[in-house]
Design a protein around this ligand. Sequence first.
Ligand code: HEM
Length: 320
Amino acid sequence: MKLKTAIFYQIVLFSWLTVLLSTVAWAEETAIPSEQLGAIFPNASDFVEKKSDLTPEKIASIEAEIETELRPEDLKPTFYIAVDENKKPVGLALFVAVEGPGGIINGSAALDMTGKVVKVRVYKHSEAAGIADEKFLAQFSGKGIVDKFEVGEDIEPLAGEEAASQAVALIPKKMLAISYALFLKRPAEADEDVPETIEPEDLKEVMAMMMDEYDLIRTYFQVEAGSRDTQDKKAAVQAVKRLVRHAEFITYFEPPKNPNNTEEYGYLQKQFHDAIQAFAQALEAEGVSEKTQKQWQEIIDLVDKAHLRFSVEEIDLDEY
Ligand code: HEM
């Protein structure tokens, strides 16, 4: 999968939706608007309903974000998780109503597994017909939680229909704000210490980026104790922080071996990500110590395990 925006460190939604799925009962088929959902996710095998409740704190934070009051029905949103034949989540949809200049506009917004809008649809409204056209609605696809959804900025209005266009833009904006408030993780804040990284095109490129950091950290551990200085430590800590960020790209791409074992793949990525994050903190505090040496070895063992399971090639990091 190709990332659409340049620097976009986002935890994949996969693990979150999988966790979510394990907490919901399979809903009655009749309760699910399968026709509309099928038009949004034509490749999904099934849909799972997930009802939620917004707490007063969440309501306040969502309203601050979308700069509009939520409607009464928004407070108990019913999400639909699209799943494939292996019950693996492939996306998330919410039916949303917003207030247009002519009255209520009923629509839906759906996200893919990276938190990007797949589709916005408008079903019932009293505005110009064009606001329900795919031609107008297509511009929302690919946007995400970091986008503004503002007419005149990142949204091209329907000619002469600025207010109605802005109202429709609220459908995905509101859906994203509610989804993130409830169960999705926001992109990590940029760490000013760590320069931005380029967008990788495929898994090999992610690995090449990680390899650079790996080399730096490995060298730091290999330097003789007496010759290590604070500059070495700073460089190593920064390399580990970059590694944390690179690691977030891993699950954006399918591994060449065992590509269907997405759960295990996501799990290993998360283990690696968490271990590296704890290691970054310890390294910053302690430099080379018994603890950080042990952590580093555990990380390498984890990487070996991941490569054995998911790479077709034998990978010996010391030979790269
Ligand atoms: C310090 C961490 C890591 C380093 C330095 C690293 C390094 C590498 C290198 C050098 C390759 C070979 C790339 C090539 O053929 O050009 C590779 C491939 C691969 N790595 Fe990693 N890796 C790391 C962590 C991980 C983790 C945590 C995972 C999975 C959870 C992973 C999954 C893979 C997969 C699936 C491939 C095969 C990619 C392909 O052939 O398209 N790696 N890695």
